[in-house]
Design a protein around this ligand. Structure first.
Ligand code: DC
Length: 228
């Protein structure tokens, strides 16, 4: 795709947990001056909300009701960062806890929760230059995105990265537990009925195994240039 009239480039990056979507996506967005949005935050927010309210992660009606009653609020702050408020309290920093990690695939499998989130994600993307990352961006949220990447890596590589990430954020969790959690999430995310994790037919697969972050970002950046 080329030509001034097609300057809007929406980039969908999907892939399993820990494949490096967020880190890669952010760097690609910075390189091109695009906005960046991580949709996983929204499902994490709904999970944290259920946890704080003592609601079962399978209780779709109550979770949907709380979202509709604005118990959960999503706000872009003055710096353009996305922040999550639950009953008025800023919970953004508690969305990557092992408890949320553990429950989020269950909440993300609830079809009506997904419908609400997908609508908000489309509103956020608008018609603008954006890198949006998740599981169903290329298949459901932005099916007409100009570029769709499916980012993969082996489970061990993904767990190793998650372990390092957790350690630098002060979260203590042992390696084997992370591998088990990641594999369980892979199964739940790809076997659920509502928009399961799968590559879009027109996506380009990029493996990050054995590559440095810079190499992966360069590879994706080349694809962005080709799509512009
Ligand atoms: O990318 P992440 O680990 O923050 O995602 C958290 C969970 O949300 C994960 O289990 C998959 C789910 N998710 C989803 O179903 N659809 C998305 N677009 C993004 C995340």
């Amino acid at each position: 795709m080329s030509g001034a009239e097609e300057a809007n480039t929406r980039i969908a990056i999907d892939g399993p947990a820990g494949s490096g979507k967020t880190t890669t996506g952010k760097l690609v967005a910075t390189r091109f001056g695009f906005r960046f949005f991580d949709t996983g935050i929204m499902y994490r927010a709904a999970t944290r909300m259920a946890q704080l309210q003592g609601v079962a992660f399978t209780d779709e009606a109550t979770i949907v009701h709380s979202i509709e009653e604005s118990v959960l609020e999503f706000v872009f702050d003055d710096a353009g960062d996305f922040r999550v408020f639950i009953l008025g309290a800023d919970e953004t920093d508690s969305l990557r806890s092992p408890e949320v990690d553990h429950g989020v695939s269950t909440v993300a499998a609830l079809p009506v929760v997904r419908q609400l989130m997908v609508q908000m994600q489309r509103d956020i993307a608008g018609d603008d230059q954006i890198v949006m990352v998740g599981r169903d961006i290329g298949t459901v949220v932005l099916p007409d995105a100009e570029l769709k990447i499916y980012l993969t890596a082996s489970a061990e590589e993904r767990a190793r990265r998650r372990f390092e990430q957790n350690r630098s954020s002060g979260i203590r969790q042992n390696f084997d537990e992370i591998v088990t959690d990641l594999k369980a999430r892979d199964v739940l995310d790809s076997e659920r009925e509502a928009s399961p994790l799968r590559p879009a037919d027109d996506s380009i697969s990029v493996s990050s195994d054995g590559k440095s972050l810079e190499e992966v970002v360069d590879e994706v950046a080349q694809l962005v240039k080709a799509a512009e």
